[in-house]
Write a protein of this length. Structure first.
Length: 600
């Protein structure tokens, strides 16, 4: 018996007499990666020398999760233990409805029906992918993935490839989640990509995370990062309801591990918090609810960056982060105001007193982009190409986007406009009125910037994935003529073909708003839909389960956005008339006329 098996109290089966056999694989042996020109492990023929993964002892598998260097305080200040009932519910989004495993521990993704019962078993040392497979995708991550794949705008202080990657190398669940995310984007770039290529890494991450949670009462930063990484995968797959499960678990961990004061003690933790707040706002805005994290967290981040800008006045990275941090406060204020009104937590009088403040914040965003963010010498003046006949904007005009050191300004503008769009959607719902006409002009500007970023030859990888969020909201304000509708359909199809899959409910609501029949793709006959994307969409639809609460249902139906589409082209309603800031004539029905999540 070997020393490791004796120590672990397990049956010794090493060396495995079959360990030299090649694993069964399918697919071309000569297929090259379209992104980097190297063969992926799925396409390699010489796997015979592949070594088995290291077998970790039970007490060493997850030891790096509790790295205390980032908590910023001793454990006696705040208990970092995370109840299984909260964290483990979101360890994996699938098959929980019928699994025989306790409800607090979800199962990995599976192509089998979720009706099939499964059992919790330790992950096998003979995983379907060896160390070379993992290393291939970790290398792909380092060489081809950018901060834009995470919608985090700017990587000023080496967040992604530095400390985040280092945490992944120390914590197995996070390592497999990162490898899975990289494998996802590599797979969809291949003409014959297969879902199993990235799902196996996702499954391994979930299995190892579940084991970590089961064995260790206290969880740390690495677990928090793993949950955020899994949430990013869910967003790409268009599984927004289960993304909310990850967001809930991340919220619980965040508030147990840190306070607004301690989370702002390093650039790395600041970026981690911004990663979480993106999901916090995402769920709230899409569902018509509020962001659950308190405003003091948002304020702490902004105040921290204000201080950093004061101390480092030449650091553009800090200046951008300060503006984005402030915009998140504005987005939260707007989201919370309308959500609380819809829930009956504010009287009409209180609502009308707070509305002008939020309106001023929203309308002041665009004007807060200072000259240092808009230096004309960074504008792109030599875009190569000509617009197509079916384009609704000309992305090749000079001076549309910024490049070089001010590339992030493009996202700053799009983000600020998106908050403006969401605010107008909320006011349209509250007052039963049409959208403001000037926002159509703004929507065309957003579409032009998006198209220019798509056409720009020096755009970083993942830029379209990040920019599409603002573009998608802007399309709600565009005219509904045939040419514009066709452009929107083609644009959404292009985005999905790059890996950002929209939920079925969003697609069908958009098609309905355009007067079209529901469909499982944006264009007729699957035009422009790569086979791998079709496989993923079908798989996600098959495994989808019914939402578990009203917030989940609202998120699935995107009621924060689509509840206003049925009135966007109608004349304004007299249901509520504002005569002054301190008086209201007409009515604002808390449970009737206005509801943040009305039935559709």
């Amino acid at each position: 018996m070997c020393e490791r098996c004796r120590k672990g109290g397990r049956e010794c089966i090493y060396p495995d007499k079959d360990s030299g056999q090649k694993p069964i694989r399918s697919g071309s042996k000569s297929e090259k990666s379209s992104a980097d020109g190297t063969s992926s492990p799925e396409d390699q023929g010489g796997e015979g020398n592949e070594q088995l993964p290291i077998i970790h002892d039970e007490d060493e598998e997850f030891e790096d999760d509790m790295d205390g260097s980032y908590t910023g305080r001793s454990q006696d200040l705040r208990d970092s233990s995370t109840p299984a009932s909260t964290l483990e519910q979101s360890a994996s989004p699938s098959t929980e409805a019928s699994s025989t495993v306790p409800a607090t521990i979800r199962q990995p993704l599976s192509r089998r029906s979720s009706a099939q019962a499964t059992k919790t078993v330790p992950f096998s040392r003979t995983t379907p992918h060896g160390p070379k497979d993992v290393q291939f995708y970790l290398n792909y991550f380092k060489e081809h993935m950018t901060i834009h794949h995470y919608s985090l705008k700017r990587d000023s202080h080496n967040f992604l490839k530095g400390e985040f990657f280092n945490h992944a190398m120390k914590y197995e669940p996070l390592k497999y989640a990162v490898a899975g995310y990289a494998a996802y984007f590599h797979t969809i770039a291949q003409p014959d990509g297969r879902m199993s290529t990235f799902l196996q890494f996702y499954n391994e991450s979930v299995s190892r995370l579940r084991m970590s949670i089961t064995k260790h009462k206290k969880q740390g930063l690495a677990t928090f990062l793993t949950i955020l990484q899994l949430a990013s995968i869910e967003e790409m797959l268009g599984d927004w309801v289960n993304l909310m499960g990850h967001q809930k678990a991340a919220f619980d961990m965040l508030t147990r591990l840190y306070t607004p004061k301690t989370i702002t003690q390093s650039d790395f933790l600041l970026k981690v918090l911004l990663w979480y707040t993106r999901f916090d706002l995402f769920v709230g805005l899409q569902s018509g609810g509020e962001a659950v994290l308190g405003r003091d967290w948002y304020e702490a981040v902004h105040e921290c960056y204000v201080t950093k800008v004061r101390v480092n006045p030449e650091d553009m990275g800090y200046k951008y982060e300060e503006r984005f941090a402030y915009s998140r406060i504005v987005a939260k204020d707007s989201s919370d105001l309308f959500s609380r009104m819809g829930k009956g937590l504010l009287s009409p009088q209180e609502f009308m007193e707070q509305l002008p403040v939020v309106k001023s914040e929203v309308e002041g965003l665009a004007g807060s982009i200072g000259p240092e963010f808009q230096d004309p010498k960074f504008k792109i003046t030599n875009m190569q190409g000509q617009p197509d006949s079916d384009d609704i904007v000309n992305p090749y005009e000079p001076n549309i986007i910024f490049g070089g050191g001010l590339w992030t300004t493009n996202f700053l503008r799009l983000d600020f406009w998106s908050i403006n769009f969401m605010y107008d959607i909320s006011t349209s719902m509250a007052f039963k009125k049409a959208f403001e006409p000037e926002l159509t002009t703004l929507a065309f500007k957003a579409a032009q910037i998006f198209e220019a970023m798509c056409a720009y030859s020096k755009a970083p990888n993942g830029a379209i994935i990040e920019a599409q969020v603002s573009m998608a909201i802007a399309t709600l304000f565009l005219p509904k003529d045939p040419k514009t509708i066709q452009w929107c359909r083609q644009t959404f199809a292009k985005v999905e073909s790059l890996g950002y899959i929209y939920p079925e409910s969003m697609r069908n609501r958009m098609l309905e708003a355009w007067g079209l029949e529901p469909s499982d793709w944006w264009l007729p006959n699957d035009e422009g839909c790569p086979p791998i994307i079709r496989s993923i969409k079908d798989f996600i639809r098959e495994r989808s389960t019914a939402p578990k609460d009203q917030v989940s249902e609202d998120l699935k139906e995107m009621r924060g956005i689509f509840s206003s589409l049925n009135i966007s082209d109608s004349p304004g309603s007299d249901n509520m008339t504002i005569t002054s800031n301190d008086s209201v004539s007409g009515t604002l029905g808390v449970h009737g006329t206005y509801n943040a999540s009305p039935d559709w």
